[in-house]
Design a protein around this ligand. Structure first.
Ligand code: KG4
Ligand code: ZN
Length: 351
């Protein structure tokens, strides 16, 4: 019998990614091609350009992932692919490629949810997490450009949503503030680099309160106050990266967003009586969020699980990993027709 080897494919947004993983969750290769340069001049993702570029790159990226894993296409025993949420045209490129690959090699295809893959990437075997991960149940926050939700993970296939944003996602707020003041897309990483140079206590922004839905998130009010703060300073599309007033405002903005995210996750976990907590998704790459998460969780007696930064932003190792866990759990995979019928597209208004 062939040794289990799964190929993961991710094309839901602006990264064309492929990865190869073994049965124990060891990442044998993880190739990510980011389209960020192409979209940068438009200040956000252009869906038509994104799907065309995926179509151009997918084969090369998959071949590179298989080669880097020291394998051949015929060694792959399973294939996992992100089947939503995401931009429809982009998802279709990955799905069509994965279906063709699965059919030609006569191997099972497992369609997986992109957001839940972020969450379960805490179970990727990596030296950076010492090869250890939480046991079920655990509570996890996925915080990305399109999502900000807290989940209760009872098992691989029993994942319940406990709280989510009523308006913008946290990553979207980073991106929109960055765009307003004239920083490049995506704004999260750029803001976090600049925020390091500012004083996080100099400018205080208000924390939103949602009456009757205290566990949920709301970021649109915060976004408006930060944007108004910059507007009142005369900053619109022309921020000077050496202006200490702007750096302080960015540090204060980052601080409050991190506080909201960490405190809500801890509060919700306390409510459901869960001691193991996780943060995943692109914004979880933020240094201040990671630092605060560890600090506040340990103060309150929680075990905080950090996902290595390279598996926080979009990648295919997380897709391979979730598909691997499903196969392990179910012992047999869904058919490719199941995954095709479960494509879910979401609105593209986030960027
Ligand atoms: O998970 P991801 O790569 O894609 C989606 O599924 O959306 O997340 C992308 C988001 C973007 O909004 C980006 O600005 C944000 O993650 N991001 C960060 C950082 N790195 C990426 N936000 C804050 N700090 C960072 N270091
Ligand atoms: Zn993502």
């Amino acid at each position: 019998m062939k040794k289990f080897l799964i190929l993961g494919i991710e094309t839901s947004c602006d990264e064309t990614a492929a990865a190869v993983m073994d049965a124990d969750g060891n990442v044998l290769s993880n190739v990510v091609f980011s389209q960020v340069e192409m979209h940068n001049k438009y200040g956000g993702i252009v869906p038509e350009l994104a799907s065309r570029d995926h179509a151009l790159k997918i084969e090369t990226i998959v071949n590179e992932a298989i080669l880097k894993a020291g394998a051949k296409a015929q060694d792959i025993t399973h294939i996992g692919v992100a089947n939503g949420p995401g931009l429809l045209g982009c998802l279709l490129v990955g799905l069509s490629f994965a279906k063709a690959f699965a059919l030609s090699k006569d191997i099972p295809l497992i369609g997986v949810d992109h957001v839940r893959s972020h969450l379960l990437s805490v179970m990727i075997n990596d030296v950076n997490n010492g090869g250890s991960f939480p046991s079920f149940p655990f509570a996890g926050l996925v915080v990305s450009g399109g999502h900000t939700s807290i989940y209760l993970v009872n098992s691989v296939d029993e994942i319940r949503i406990l709280a989510s944003t009523v308006d913008d996602a946290a990553g979207e707020v980073f991106d929109k503030v960055a765009r307003f003041i004239g920083l490049e897309y995506p704004g999260g990483k750029v803001i976090s680099d600049l925020a390091k140079l500012g004083n996080k206590n100099a400018v205080k922004f208000p924390k939103p309160v949602i009456k009757g839905r205290e566990n949920d998130f709301s970021f649109s009010g915060l976004k408006t106050s930060v944007i108004n703060y910059f507007r009142n300073m005369g900053i619109k599309g022309n921020v000077d990266r050496n202006d200490s007033r702007a750096l302080n405002a960015l540090a204060g903005f980052q601080e409050v967003i991190c506080e909201i995210l960490v405190d809500k996750l801890i509060g919700v976990a306390e409510e459901v009586g869960i001691k193991d907590i996780v943060i995943g998704g692109g914004v979880a790459a933020n240094y201040r969020l990671r630092e605060m998460f560890l600090e506040r969780a340990s103060k309150k007696g929680f075990t905080a699980w950090s996902i290595p930064i390279k598996y926080c932003t979009d990648n295919a190792a997380m897709i391979a990993n979730y598909a691997r866990l499903i196969v392990k759990d179910k012992k047999d995979a869904q058919s490719f027709t199941d995954s095709m019928s479960s494509i879910s597209a979401y609105s593209t208004t986030r960027r």
